[in-house]
Design a protein around this ligand. Structure first.
Ligand code: NDP
Length: 459
């Protein structure tokens, strides 16, 4: 100590980096944070937060339809994309400013520019010179992966989807993960003719099969054309827009093509070689349970480590690092039972194991499942159903997975996650009295196991 300019140098001012930097600085450490773009990272600038605003914007169309059934006269509606973008950008600027102030209030130095490791203790920030640090934390997040197909430059990634100069009339989205599904629902809600092209047999691999199938149905009902088992092989500019060719011969014309084929760790130009930081076969930084890399004084948190790529996970990893290194309390984040939500329309909330994974891991499971029309939509005669599913260890009766598709599923799952994290059994779960009339009450009133004959292919 004392021989370095900083106790901690953080590369990347996103969710994980900022949390770690603030906690370290509050402990009295001398901390610097380098950020090459805007402070806030993917989540605040071009991810979760603006995406949620887009979800809110796009849900109104469905709301107008429902309102009429409840007696409202809605009249003619229209959507002003540039106005929405301007409001969205204002709010993002406010949030980014809050992040900057929080860092400054904690006493951390914020340095704008691309940082590169010269060696394990030396960081060079482009145009700002070199500094040394006892400890370095890499929290640079991820970046969209684009396939190497002819015409790919005509396509956009999610980064650009937040800044399209005008709302397209037609969009082709390729991918079947969170981003593809969320944007397909957003654009469809905004009245854009939307086609989702995905290589697999269903969207959202990794989620419970019933939930995946249910959402795909609901998306189709809302007018999204879902093409499964299909790959885009090339894009070309034509008079009317962009022509996408698919491997099964489909030709799709659209104004915008959005590629959402996954994200990769953002390690480019970071000088990890120079410092000796090891990467895995997918290019993510290898870390131990305390987020320490292969170099003793360098740590990494968040998407750049490709563990669970979610904002709250990055925040907890960053906090655990600071607890361990600056408060003398060795802390590792437990990556088990992390709930997640897909902000599709209707949305998904999910925690724990899918039925297939549970069968694989524990063998015998009991499955409880229900699908129904929420009363709000039944009243309005709208054909939208929600689905709920519990996956239970047949031996211990512990609930291993809880999955919901339907209005407010992300809010519901946050509470269910507490119980699952505590190891709740089905009996304890069922002893909870229902809250009526809600959607969530169905979760604590499912008494009939799905009969073995009705269980999915995984059985
Ligand atoms: P995902 O990893 O979720 O999905 C990638 C999709 O692209 C998969 O459907 C995959 O298919 C497909 N794919 C991958 N490679 C190819 C290829 N070569 N050709 C055709 N298809 C391909 O990535 P996203 O980009 O959707 O999101 C990145 C991460 O960001 C997520 O994993 C999530 O952690 C995070 N995120 C979280 C959100 C939330 O919490 N609501 C919202 C948005 C992002 P296959 O399934 O067959 O592999």
């Amino acid at each position: 100590m004392g021989t370095y300019d900083y106790d901690l140098f953080v590369i990347g001012a996103g969710s994980g980096g900022v949390r770690a930097a603030r906690l370290a600085a509050i402990s009295g450490a001398k901390v610097a944070v380098a950020e090459e773009h805007r402070v806030g990272g993917t989540c605040v600038i071009r991810g979760c937060v603006p995406k949620k605003f887009m979800v809110y914007a796009s849900e109104f169309a469905h709301g107008f339809e429902t309102a009429e059934a409840y007696g409202w006269t809605v009249g003619e509606t229209s959507f002003d994309w540039p106005k929405f973008l301007a409001e969205k950008d204002k709010e993002i600027a406010r949030l980014s400013g809050l992040y900057v102030r929080n860092l400054q209030n904690a006493g951390a130095d914020l340095i704008h520019g691309k940082a590169r490791l010269v060696d394990a203790h030396t960081v060079e920030v482009e145009g700002k010179g070199r500094v040394t640090a006892e400890k370095v934390l890499i929290a640079t997040g991820g970046t969209p992966w684009m396939p190497d197909i002819p015409g790919v430059d005509l396509a956009i990634s999610s980064n650009e989807a937040f800044y399209l100069p005008e709302l397209p009339r037609r969009i082709v989205i390729t991918g079947g993960g969170y981003i593809a599904v969320e944007f397909a629902c957003i654009f469809a809600g905004l009245g854009v003719e939307t086609t989702l092209v995905h290589r697999g047999p269903n969207i959202l691999r990794g989620f419970d099969d019933d939930i995946r199938a249910h959402l795909a149905d609901e998306m189709t009902k809302r007018g999204i054309r879902v093409l499964l088992g299909t790959n885009l092989t090339s894009l070309e500019k034509v008079d009317g827009g962009i022509l996408s060719t698919c491997d099964n011969g489909h030709l799709l014309e659209a104004d915008v093509v959005l590629m959402a084929l996954g994200r990769i760790a953002y390690v480019e130009g970071l000088g990890l070689d120079a410092a000796g930081v090891a990467l895995d076969e997918k290019g993510a930084i290898v870390v131990d349970q305390f987020s320490r890399t292969s170099v003793e004084n360098i740590w990494a948190v968040g998407d750049v480590t490709d563990r669970i790529n979610l904002t709250p996970v990055a925040i907890r990893e960053g906090a655990a690092f600071a607890e361990t290194e600056f408060y003398g309390r060795p802390t590792s984040f437990d990556h088990e039972m992390v709930a997640s939500a897909v902000f599709s329309q209707p949305p998904i909330g999910s925690v724990g194991l899918s039925e297939a994974d549970a069968r694989h891991q524990v063998g015998r499971v009991d499955v409880y499942k229900t699908s129904f029309r929420p009363m709000k939509y039944a009243f309005a005669g709208i054909d939208q159903r929600c689905m709920m599913k519990l996956v239970v260890d047949a031996g211990s009766q512990k609930i291993l997975g809880c999955h919901v598709v339907g209005p407010d599923a992300p809010e519901i799952i946050q509470m269910a996650a507490i119980a699952l994290k505590m190891g709740v059994t089905k009996q304890q779960w069922d002893s909870t009295c229902a809250v009526h009339p809600t959607l969530a009450e169905e979760l604590v009133t499912m008494r009939e196991k799905v009969a073995p004959a009705e269980l999915g292919a995984a059985a």
